[in-house]
Design a protein around this ligand. Sequence first.
Ligand code: GLU
Length: 303
Amino acid sequence: MNNLLHNSQTKYAGWVTRFAPSPTGFLHLGHVASALYGWQKAQPHGEWFVRLEDIDTQRCKPEFIPAILQDLEWLGLRSARPVLRQSANMPAYQATLARLDTMGVLYPCFCTRSDILRESAAIFSAPHTAPDGSLCYPGTCRHLSDQERQERISQGQLHMLRLNMSKALQWINQCTRGAPLTYQDQERGTVLCHPELFGDVVLARKDIPASYHLCVTHDDAAQGVTLVTRGEDLRPATDLHRVLQALMGWNVPDYSFHPLLCNAEGRRLAKRDGALAVRAMRKAGLSAEDVRCKAGFPHTFER
Ligand code: GLU
């Protein structure tokens, strides 16, 4: 099965990498480090481009988009491709969900967060969390009959779509004759995945008919990304992304994870560290090179 083949840089002139921020605020030093990390991996013969992960319309604000692109440009980073906005790519995610549905690996879930907490407390002694810190779903709606699902949907009850993880893994297992899911990490070598620890993850939310895992995996495949560069915090999610790649027959990129920048108190840099926004630093008189240095990439554009 070609979806289990890994990339090898020899197949390409260079790595195709992307920077995929969510426009929830101005570009800050953490973003700069992430953008430059991917940019550097694509040198000298690869391609680096920008994608905007803006499906969450509550958190993402359109006014940050031109600001992010301007700040990147000021830093000397220009996307090699037109910038894709995930919010404009919904039909592609719906088509992916439709295909997964025909494989029988999705089911509607009507639970609220408090239903999940209550049910988890009843089944487990302590709430189970997945390796990414999210709450494991206790499986309540997995057992509903088709008739009950249809009734609740026709009554207008909101639902999300969950991946039936054990069905998905059975399906993959049959296709691979038991070969385990792995990926190539540039720093650690072959990594064995444990997606079963996540349980039945959400692929389409109640408020948005898609999810981060679905969209990021779809787009990396559709856009031909050969090396996914992302922060260490997103390493656990990669195990899940491998499941979607295997189910959909998508190419498997290689991966490289960068450490997260921390603020003076040792906490991960976030939007609230406003002074570390690129535009604030620019206003304060720092040059683009100063900012690149602060992000840990001195002499980035020197050859
Ligand atoms: N959009 C994600 C973020 O802002 C990064 C994309 C990814 O590498 O998964 O953290």
